[in-house]
Each structure stands twice: as structure tokens, then as C-alpha cells.
Design a protein around this ligand. Structure first.
Ligand SMILES: Nc1ncnc2c1ncn2[C@@H]1O[C@H](COP(=O)(O)OP(=O)(O)O)[C@@H](O)[C@H]1O
Ligand SMILES: [Mg+2]
Length: 257
């Protein structure tokens, strides 16, 4: 069975999509069969892997509304073992559609994933910057969640909200949900605020930081990570020796252990 991991944080611009794309690609290059599931209407993971709206007819909207099976929308990518379930801006209306029959909307994604769970080693879900019904669906479908934290002044602000949402999901629909870890992102060694953010994270969540050996895994601010989506490639294909790519490969290694 596949391990399902959600990447979530209701703050925008903290590195969710960068983490989802590059963790997925690194796992696939390491020999795992991976499905990246894009459930953000902004579809940045989809475009970041080089797909535009012309390239696919159906997307996760059609799966969540029942007109397509998940297996029918999956696309092959430039990396042989990496597959993508694309998103599209058309997904924006779904939160309203869900709220109309609030009965069991929270477990729709879980049901769809269960139909294909045997086929992949990992299913990674990239979520929108909200704690709305899409993110709730992802949390209900997952074994664990990775929370990217941008290394800046307000790094930990808003963390209570997502931790509370995770707690509620755990107490109600998905008892097995775990926090896989907090991932410091966009770290600059020259920036004192970056250092303070990492120090804060170590103070509060030391046991929930990822490690390679004795070293904590911290994603550096790296221009290759920012550039690679515009070339439609994960960083491992764009510049596999960059500090950003190496950091995401370490994250993949720590997750495979
Ligand atoms: N480690 C990094 N170094 C440099 N730029 C980054 C890094 N992580 C993310 N970015 C850039 O920051 C912006 C926001 O990142 P993104 O992953 O899209 O965040 P989110 O999905 O949380 O909104 C994007 O332009 C992305 O390319
Ligand atoms: Mg994103």
C-alpha cells in the first residue's frame, strides 16, 4: 500500500508546492513509484512539472465530483516513476459544492485514493493556502503531514491554526494522522531572522524536524529552486547538484528510511 503524505500550511508562499514537487521527484529518482496529487486550484505543482491547460482534459475536479476515476486523469511526467494528478483553476468552486452536501465530503479524496493506493509507493498531496474543505480532504486521506515553515520573522505565526485542524481531523475522521515533520524552508545563512526561526523551531519541535544523521534538514533559499518551475522541471532535472536539490534529496532519503 502507498504511504500518503500531505504538504500543508495555510500560509501562502512558504514552500508547499516547491516541497511537494521536489520531494516527489527525489523519491521517484530514488526508485520509488510516486503520484503527486495537486489539489490547489492555482495548479502550481501542475505547471511546475511543465503541464499547461492544453496538455490535459480532465483534472482532480472531475475526480472529486465523480465524473472521472483518479486513474483516468493521471499523467506521465519527465521522470519515469513520477506521475501527476493535475489540478486546474476550475477547482475553485468545489468548496461551495462540498458545503452543499456537507454529509461526507471530507472523505471523498480518501475513497478515490483507496482505489489506486496499491499502485504507488508514495502519494504526495500539494494543498491550497487555506484550511478549507480541500485541505481537510487531504488530511483525512493521509497517514501524515509535512508542514513547511518559511524561515522568516513570522515563521511560527499561524501554526496554532493548522495544528488545531490536524488535531480535530485526528480526533474525528482520521485517527492515524501524524505530523511527519516540520520543514524549515528558504533559509539564508546570512540572515539573522532565518537563524532565529530555526532556533525557535528547534526549541519547540526538535523531535519533529527531519534529519540526515546528526544534521537537521533545512531547505536553503536557492535560486535554482525558484527558477526550475518556469522550465517545467523539478530541480533535480534542472540542476541536480544545486544546494536546493541536494536538500530535497536528503529529505526524500530521510522519508524512505
Ligand atoms: N527554498 C527556496 N529558495 C528559493 N525560492 C523558493 C524556495 N522555496 C520556494 N521558493 C519560491 O517561493 C515562492 C513560493 O513557494 P511555493 O512553493 O510556491 O509556496 P506555497 O506553495 O506554499 O505557496 C515560489 O516562487 C517558489 O519558487
Ligand atoms: Mg502552492
Amino acid at each position: 500500500m502507498s504511504e500518503v503524505i500531505t504538504i500543508a500550511n495555510q500560509k501562502g508562499g512558504v514552500g508547499k508546492t516547491t516541497t511537494a514537487v521536489n520531494l516527489s521527484a527525489s523519491l521517484a529518482v530514488a526508485g520509488k513509484k510516486v503520484l503527486l496529487l495537486d489539489i490547489d486550484p492555482q495548479a502550481n505543482a501542475t505547471t511546475g512539472l511543465g503541464f499547461s491547460r492544453r496538455d490535459y482534459e480532465f483534472n482532480i475536479y472531475h475526480v472529486l465530483t465523480g465524473s472521472k476515476k483518479l486513474s483516468e486523469i493521471v499523467l506521465e511526467t519527465q521522470i519515469p516513476d513520477l506521475y501527476l494528478a493535475p489540478s486546474n483553476i476550475g477547482l475553485v468552486g468545489i468548496e461551495q459544492e462540498f458545503s452543499r452536501d456537507e454529509q461526507d465530503y471530507k472523505t471523498i479524496l480518501r475513497e478515490k485514493i483507496s482505489e489506486i493506493a496499491k499502485e504507488y509507493d508514495y502519494i504526495i498531496i500539494d494543498t491550497p493556502p487555506t484550511l478549507g474543505s480541500l485541505t481537510i480532504n487531504a488530511l483525512c486521506a493521509s497517514a501524515s503531514v509535512i508542514i513547511p515553515i518559511q524561515c522568516e520573522f513570522y515563521a511560527m505565526e499561524g501554526l496554532a491554526q493548522i495544528l488545531n485542524t490536524i488535531k480535530v481531523v485526528k480526533e474525528t475522521i482520521n485517527k492515524k494522522l501524524k505530523i511527519k515533520g516540520f520543514l524549515p524552508t528558504m533559509y539564508s545563512a546570512q540572515n539573522n531572522l532565518s537563524k532565529e526561526a530555526v532556533a525557535d523551531l528547534k526549541d519547540h519541535f526538535k523531535s519533529k524536524l527531519f534529519k540526515t544523521g546528526e544534521e537537521f534538514i533545512i531547505i536553503p533559499r536557492n535560486v535554482k529552486l525558484a527558477e526550475s518551475p518556469s522550465f517545467g522541471k523539478p530541480v533535480i532535472l534542472y540542476d541536480g547538484k544545486s544546494t536546493g536539490s541536494i536538500a530535497y534529496q536528503s529529505l526524500a532519503t530521510s522519508i524512505m528510511r
